[in-house]
Ligand binder design. Structure first.
Ligand code: PEP
Ligand code: MG
Length: 544
């Protein structure tokens, strides 16, 4: 028996036998060609075939994992048409008189290295996509398509890494779980795994790959990220019990879908989910959240190489609003600085970044960025029920300035005849002690508050949230934090504003009763916590 540690990307347990993933690795040899134009014509024909295959995979993914996650295959089709990618292939054939397969493989190496060397984790993950489309193209050049060994038994698939198209091509009925030696939790593969409900652990390490063979017994714990190879009988018995308990719990939670978030005495609360981008919506819907309580819009900026345009932002916001079909979507304006740095913003290095030039302070100092985002948001408001939320508020004057800018943007849209929702709500995050303390002055200015307990804890307890060493000093239930939340809740109610919590504390079920007694109207949590939280709410009795 041996154990390995990786990162669980979907919480579930599987016990079964290994199928080592076999990829049709295209062995590419360099050969000399005399007729470059004929080679280029072969590439064009292969591209057509590859696009056809990707379209089929896209349609399969659309059915199995939904539109948001199927989009990666649309991106693959676009990558196949990318000018730089195609120019590189053509140039290699023309200038070096090499065969098409070699030109594609060399281009794939160059492009994937370029992506892999970028600082941004999202761009790094694109290296796998370039390799994926290039392998397909090479297979199509040989007329072989993307043939794979067909599995016939239900197995636990183990691989070095899985490309998104490989993940989605796995026959879900035959795959119990998957384990990869490499991979990042930011990759589409991990995102797809979560959405396909397949227990998955990534980043188990190279040593694991050297040890495994087809048919070996293995246990995958997607909760802890632990992999147990050739387990002894006691371990199998212990993990089988954990698996049964888990399945029972999940089955019970599924029954809560469609049910109300209401306590035994009739107190209702909204349970929403947090997302970081358009791709998060699938999980929000799958977990039956009542809305989106926090869309961290800065991820759109973090995933871009330059400022995302108004149009790009509008499309993303609109997509989320349309997918939520009239349910409330709270989009938070740009919250960068501190731990979220973006090169193209060219922010100065600071001694105390958490107390520095961040979030709304950047937006108010660089109004052109802020107005672009607000225009995109208001335009998108015509497509659903939008709430716009502002981070890192500390004063009344900031909020007044923000509202002035909102009015200016709305007036421009009105004048240009662009439709938007005049009733779109505006709210602020209560994530500084200052905002909580003056919440009586802030509440009359806005429609809602949302408590960001992650930062509120950091600033109240003077504990840098990035510093793991301070963990023992960080009492998330500290009376000071709870008092500040209560103060904000009382003031919200008194002035007709609603109040939610969107920081991690919202998912802490040991505090749910406290929050409901304070009069919190909404709790916004990571999607997998929606049903467990509903379960807790439905068992509470506040009349006692
Ligand atoms: C918070 O501070 O609690 C919050 C929700 O925002 P973020 O974690 O993005 O800072
Ligand atoms: Mg915050």
């Amino acid at each position: 028996m041996r154990t390995y540690q990786g990162k669980g990307v979907y919480g579930a347990i599987a016990i079964g036998r290994i199928s080592v993933f076999k990829r049709q690795d295209a062995k590419v040899r360099r050969t000399h060609v005399d007729d470059a134009s004929q080679e280029i014509a072969r590439v064009e024909a292969a591209k057509e075939l590859a696009t056809q295959q990707l379209q089929e995979i896209y349609e399969k993914a659309l059915k199995e994992v939904g539109e948001t996650h199927a989009q990666i295959f649309e991106v693959h089709m676009m990558m196949l048409e990318d000018d730089d990618y195609n120019d590189s292939i053509r140039n290699l054939i023309e200038t070096q008189s090499v065969n098409a397969e070699y030109a594609v493989a060399t281009t794939a190496d160059n492009f994937s290295e370029m992506f892999a060397s970028m600082d941004d984790a999202y761009m790094q993950a694109r290296a796998a996509d370039v390799k994926d489309i290039s392998n397909r193209l090479i297979a199509c050049l040989g007329g072989a398509g993307n043939a794979k060994d067909k599995q016939t038994e239900k197995m636990i698939v183990c691989a070095d890494d899985l490309a998104p198209s490989e993940t989605v091509s796995l026959d879900k009925d035959l795959v119990m779980a998957f384990v990869t030696a490499y991979g990042s939790s930011n990759s589409h593969t991990a995102i797809l795994a979560r959405n396909m409900n397949i227990p998955a652990v990534i980043g188990v390490g190279e040593e694991f790959l050297k040890t495994i063979a087809d048919g070996m017994q293995i246990i995958v714990d997607g909760y802890t990220g632990e992999i147990i190879l050739e387990p002894d009988e006691d371990t199998v018995a212990k993990m089988s019990k954990k698996q049964q308990d888990d399945l029972r719990k999940k089955a019970l939670l599924q029954e809560l879908k469609g049910k109300e978030n209401v306590t035994l005495d009739g107190t209702k609360v909204q349970i929403f989910a947090n997302i970081g981008g358009v791709s998060g919506v699938g999980a929000v819907l799958a977990n039956d959240a009542g809305g989106i309580g926090l869309f961290r819009s800065e991820f759109l900026y973090l995933e871009s190489e330059d400022y995302p345009s108004e149009e790009e932002q509008f499309q993303a916001y609109r997509k989320v609003l349309e997918s939520m079909a009239g349910k409330k979507v709270i989009i938070r304006t740009l919250d960068i600085g501190a731990d979220k740095q973006i090169d193209y913003f060219k922010l100065d290095k600071e001694e105390n970044p958490a107390l520095g030039f961040r979030a709304i302070r950047i937006c108010l100092t660089r109004p052109e960025i802020f107005k672009t985002q607000l225009r995109a948001l208001y335009r998108a408001s015509a497509y659903g029920k939008l709430g716009i939320m502002f981070p890192m508020i500390t004063s009344v004057s900031e909020v007044k300035k923000i509202l002035e800018i909102c009015e200016e943007v709305k007036a421009q849209l009105r004048e240009a005849g662009v439709p938007f929702d005049e009733k779109a709500e505006v709210g602020i995050m209560i994530e500084t002690p200052a905002a909580a303390v003056i919440s009586d002055l802030l509440a009359p200015l806005v429609n809602f508050f949302s408590v960001g307990t992650n930062d509120l804890t950091q600033y109240t307890l003077a504990i840098d949230r990035q510093n793991a060493k301070l963990e023992p000093f960080c009492d998330t239930h500290h009376e000071a934090i709870l008092r500040l939340i209560k103060m904000a809740a009382d003031n919200a109610r008194q002035h007709g504003a609603w109040i939610g919590i969107c920081g991690e504390l919202a998912a802490d079920t040991s505090l749910t009763e406290t929050f409901l007694r304070m009069g919190i109207d909404e709790l916004s949590v990571s999607a997998p916590f929606v049903l467990p939280l509903r379960d807790t709410v439905r068992k509470l009795d506040l009349s006692k």
